[in-house]
Structures are given as structure tokens and as C-alpha cells.
Design a protein around this ligand. Structure first.
Ligand code: DGY
Length: 327
């Protein structure tokens, strides 16, 4: 019987489907597996269902002699050495599409909670400090009618921008390439990077991590932004230099930040932890019951297809098909 190793307990019932045809081992703890636990669990597996925090590198791939498919339960696949997996004729799959709207909702949760100081307000009430309405209590900044800047106008950036219509916002964006379809649909304006920094009241990062986006936001960039600007990151943590962000927030160079992802996840820059103008949440972009269940269903379906001799639906490395033909 073929074996599948799942590195975390998944929501939904699809695991039961998998168990009908394969021997399934699930890493049982409510924490990421250590390197040794991962190597041990994956050793004889024909299929792996991995999470973003599992490093699937050459060493791991080489230690799994029977591996046919690595199914990442995420859209991002930066935790996997895809060229090497392809060379080894292993399918790599992801779970695209289903988390777009959910992540866009979360970007808005961060925009609103930073601008209206929701977390501070909650703490204030719980601490028994609310003794009556005061004209200057926890003043925030308006969202309505402002300029929303998007760094990385892909699927999630577009979904964030659509929601801005209800707030009567002007949308500007910066991408590697212009996205004219989105410009027509949501009347977003393409701008160069300096203009994005200069004009955004709310700058939302929805870009993937690549050579261009890595470390793109540091102190130089924060200094070019409005002092009243809020930066939100639901893309990838390494796009922001976190130490420099903490400095900018502390010194009032920008007004606030909402972060769902971190440069050295799950470690969070210490300088951010005491700042009231930063709202910090633990990578919850896709974290709704519905969406995480859909992601699990897709990840499992990809494994079932691959291990039953079919081409999985969400193949990230289609080049593997050419490698397979060669053999
Ligand atoms: C992804 O799928 O890449 C997300 O960051 C997980 O929430």
C-alpha cells in the first residue's frame, strides 16, 4: 500500500477519502514538525502533504526514495526546492484560487484595525480604563475617500482593491507588469514605485516573494511615505525589513502597520512587539473554516490523482511532465 505523510492535522473530512486507498500518517502535534521528525515521517512516503513552514529541500527529497508527489497546502511554494523536485520527476502542487477572497478580507481587517485602533481599544476596555467618552480618546485616521496603494496587483491585490469601492477610495498600484484588465475593472491607476510610496494612505503588500520584492520596503522607502500612512503586509514577510519598520513606527516616520507575515516567521522582530501602532497577527490570511477546508480538500485531491497515475490538477512544475516523458 502506498504511503502518504501529512505534516499537520487538516480540517474537513477528505483525509478519510485518502485513507481508503493509502496508508496515511499525520504528524499529530499542534506545532510544526522538527527537521528530524519531518525526515523520519517522510522517509517511506510516496506522497507528502506539506505546509509552508516545512522545508522540502534536496536533503529531504533525496531521503524519500519513493516520493512521487509533494502537495503543498498553500498557494506559495517557496518552501520547496522545485527545480530539484522536477529533476527527480516529482510532482509539486499547490492550492490556488480558493484563498483569494479570504486573504483580501483579512487585509481589510488589518487596514481597519490599524487605522481605527481596534486592538488598542479592546485592551483599553478590558483593562477597565473606559470611564466615559472623551473627545480625544484613541483617535485614528479616516479610511473613507483615501488612496489605497497595492504593491503586487495579482489575484489578492485585485480582490483587496474591489472592496475599496465601498470606501470611495482611489486605487493606485505598482507591479512588475501593468495589469490593464484590472485597471479597467476597478479603475486602478498604474504608478511607478516612488509614486506608490508618496501617494498611498494605505499601502497593502500582496506581492509574492521574488528577487524584486525581497527587502523592497526599508527605512529609505518608509521615509518617502506619508507620516499618516499605514502599511499592511499579507504577502510575504521578507518583503519588509522588519527592524527598519519597527524603527519607522517608533519614530513616527509612518503612522501604523498591520502584519500577517514576518521576515523570519514565526519569529517576530522584538522591536515591533511593544509598539501600539502595529497590529500583529499570526499568518491568518487564509484562516477561515471554509477556506482552510477547501485548501485541504485540494491538497488531498492532488495527492490522490498523482498516486493513482493521473496528472494532478494544480501542478506547479509542469516541466516534470517532460522529464517523465524522457524516461
Ligand atoms: C499561502 O497559501 O501561500 C498562504 O500564505 C497561506 O495562508
Amino acid at each position: 500500500m502506498k504511503k502518504v505523510f501529512i505534516t499537520a492535522r487538516l480540517p474537513g473530512n477528505s483525509v478519510e477519502l485518502l485513507k481508503r486507498e493509502f496508508h496515511v500518517d499525520v504528524f499529530p502535534e499542534e506545532r510544526p514538525a522538527t527537521r528530524n521528525e519531518l525526515l523520519k515521517g517522510a522517509k517511506d512516503a510516496h506522497g507528502l502533504i506539506t505546509m509552508l513552514f516545512d522545508k522540502v529541500d534536496r536533503i529531504l527529497i533525496d531521503s524519500c526514495q519513493k516520493l512521487c508527489v509533494i502537495s503543498n497546502c498553500a498557494v506559495g511554494t517557496e518552501n520547496i526546492d522545485i527545480p530539484y523536485a522536477t529533476k527527480k520527476r516529482i510532482f509539486v502542487t499547490n492550492t490556488p484560487g480558493v484563498l483569494t477572497e479570504t486573504t483580501a478580507d483579512l487585509a481589510w481587517a488589518l487596514i481597519l484595525s490599524v487605522s481605527r485602533r481596534v486592538v488598542e481599544g479592546d485592551t483599553f476596555v478590558r483593562d477597565g480604563k473606559f470611564i466615559g467618552w472623551r473627545p480625544s480618546l484613541l483617535l485614528g485616521v479616516n479610511v473613507y475617500g483615501k488612496t489605497l496603494g497595492i504593491y503586487g496587483m495579482g489575484r489578492i491585490g485585485t480582490a483587496v482593491s474591489r472592496r475599496a469601492k465601498g470606501f470611495d477610495m482611489q486605487v493606485i498600484y505598482h507591479n512588475r507588469r501593468r495589469n490593464e484588465e484590472v485597471e479597467r475593472e476597478i479603475r486602478a491607476k498604474y504608478v511607478d514605485f516612488p509614486t506608490l510610496l508618496r501617494e498611498s494612505d494605505f499601502l497593502v503588500i500582496t506581492a509574492p516573494l521574488n528577487e524584486e520584492s525581497r527587502g523592497r520596503f526599508g527605512i529609505e522607502e518608509f521615509r518617502k511615505m506619508k507620516r499618516t500612512a499605514v502599511i499592511v503586509n499579507v504577502g510575504r514577510g521578507q518583503i519588509i525589513k522588519e527592524k527598519e519598520l519597527a524603527f519607522a513606527l517608533k519614530e513616527g516616520i509612518i503612522w501604523g502597520a498591520g502584519l500577517d507575515v514576518y521576515e523570519r516567521e514565526p519569529i517576530v522582530e522584538e522591536g515591533l512587539l511593544n509598539l501600539k501602532n502595529a497590529v500583529l497577527i499570526p499568518h491568518l490570511g487564509s484562516a477561515t473554516e471554509e477556506t482552510r477546508t477547501k485548501m485541504a480538500d485540494i491538497a488531498i485531491e492532488n495527492v490522490i490523482l498523482a498516486l493513482s497515475g493521473n496528472i494532478p490538477k494544480n501542478l506547479v512544475n509542469p516541466k516534470v511532465l517532460r522529464e517523465n516523458k524522457k524516461s
